[in-house]
Design a protein around this ligand. Structure first.
Ligand code: ATP
Ligand code: MG
Length: 445
């Protein structure tokens, strides 16, 4: 993509309304535009990252055996009257009346609707286990929307729902979600720590939140520092293997890690003093097991092998897809701008032409762009008639992890420069070698 043909409305000044670094950089890099409090347009660069995050979430959910579908944003109030939540939900719910005076709402979550889908089509234990999920816009009329996409009113969420024959099977679904979430966040370059949490209005016994440590996080967290070193890495997971999946969950939840809601001073005191940490975290996901809380009142039952009709055991599991952009930036930036992890970057490389209009430089940049695209890599070529300093500043702000710099002096020796945004280190090499190196870096991502 040529920058002169793209739409990248970067801001020179720091926007006054942005209180945290991710919000500031998202506005400055032309990723989002606020349309109303907590409601944003996703401009092309932001939209590319959102799509990339969404893709990773889809891949990891389907790897775990979960099935995508799509439910609407608008829901009839009657479903929520069945569960009793229409009155309980309060002012966070955006209530709408249609022309026939029917009560509707913009969904803040989808437990009722998915339970309705289930009860309409499933009636036998043979159809279980079943986990359905979607990635859809939600609306919660938050009292204090702030920090850009971190706490929006309209936001994009993956929410998944498991249906199982009994508690044991449902807890396997819970564990499967935990492991698939760990892998999802790792692919985005994040360390998200599962912490025992409080169940709140969804209700239920077992729940973990996933927190990314960041000074600007809204939750206070207490943890054993050793938990920050745990990695799933590329170990193979058989998601049908209950013991293996449970063992991974034990590994990631045995060390002390809790939010202020469930913090237990006595248990925390047992952590060796030099590993006892108090900090702040951003909630990027949550998983719940809540048994028959919705299936019972809404009549979502199946007939067992023995011929008994029983309510199914359920859980719901969410990932804050749009919030993740903010969380990733909070975790990965410097003074000059964003540093995208390779897994989510909007373009895999940037190309900077140091002397636009110089015949050899222009030809080499065009060839570089074509060669990268031929290898299936995406690149943003800054072909503006600008000073080198301004081009570097833009690249640093938008945070592409790799930059290829093409200038007359290097080209005279047949070389370009490949620079890592994260380390700042540069290496001279031939254009072909730069393409090969980038292809290697991104292999399998
Ligand atoms: P919070 O405690 O931050 O208000 P929640 O616990 O109410 O969030 P869940 O119902 O668990 O949210 O939703 C799943 C995920 O959706 C959260 O972990 C979070 O990442 C994301 N999320 C929730 N509310 C918002 C919001 N207002 N803006 C952006 N993302 C959100
Ligand atoms: Mg939550």
């Amino acid at each position: 993509m040529r920058l002169t043909r793209y739409f990248l409305p970067v801001l020179k000044e720091n926007p006054a309304e942005a209180q945290i670094v991710s919000h500031r950089f998202m506005l400055r890099a032309g990723m989002i535009k606020q349309q109303a409090a907590g409601i944003y347009s996703w401009l092309p660069l932001g939209y590319r990252v959102l799509r990339r995050i969404e893709e990773i979430v889809h891949e990891e959910q389907q790897r775990a055996g979960h099935i995508p579908l799509l439910m609407p944003t608008l829901q009839p109030a009657d479903l929520w009257r069945e569960s009793g939540r229409y009155d309980d939900y309060g002012q966070e719910m955006l209530r709408i009346r249609d022309r026939h005076e029917r009560d509707m709402l913009y969904g803040p979550t989808n437990e009722e609707m998915i339970t309705d889908i289930f009860r309409s089509h499933v009636s036998s234990y043979r159809d279980l286990p079943l986990t359905l999920y979607h990635i859809q816009w939600k609306f919660r009329d938050e009292i204090r929307p702030r920090f850009g996409v971190m706490r929006g009113r309209e936001f994009y969420m993956k929410d998944g729902y498991n249906f199982d024959i009994d508690k044991e099977a449902a807890l396997h679904a819970y564990n499967r979600h935990m492991v698939s979430y760990l892998r999802t966040y790792e692919r985005m370059g994040l360390t998200a720590i599962p912490m025992r949490a409080d169940s709140g209005p969804i209700g239920g016994d077992d729940t973990h939140e996933f927190l990314v440590l960041a000074a600007t996080g809204e939750s206070e967290v207490f943890y054993d520092d050793a938990v920050t070193g745990l990695r799933l890495g590329d170990r193979r997971i058989d998601y049908d293997d209950r013991d293996q999946v449970a063992a991974v969950c034990r590994e990631f939840t045995s060390l002390y890690a809790r939010t202020d809601e469930t913090h237990d001073e006595a248990a925390f005191a047992a952590v060796p003093e030099d590993r006892r940490k108090v900090g702040r975290g951003i909630e990027v996901g949550q998983i719940f097991y809540f048994g028959t809380k919705y299936s019972e009142p809404m009549g979502a039952t199946v007939v067992t092998a023995e011929g008994n009709r029983v309510p199914v055991h359920m859980g719901s599991h969410g990932i804050g897809v749009s919030r993740l952009l903010g969380a990733i930036i909070e975790a990965s930036h410097d003074d000059r701008g964003i540093i995208w992890p390779e897994g989510v970057t909007p373009f895999q490389a940037g190309i900077v032409n140091l002397r636009q209009g110089d015949g050899a430089c222009d030809v080499a940049c065009d060839a570089m762009l074509a060669a990268l695209e031929a290898k299936g890599l995406t690149a943003l070529y800054d072909d503006r008639d600008e000073r080198a300093g301004a081009k570097f500043a833009t690249m640093d702000l938008i945070g592409l992890p790799w930059r290829v710099t093409v200038g007359p002096r290097g080209l005279a020796n047949g070389k370009v420069e490949l620079t890592s945004r994260r380390s700042g280190e540069s290496e001279e090499m031939t254009p072909e070698a730069a393409v090969d190196r980038l292809a290697q870096i991104y292999a399998g991502r």
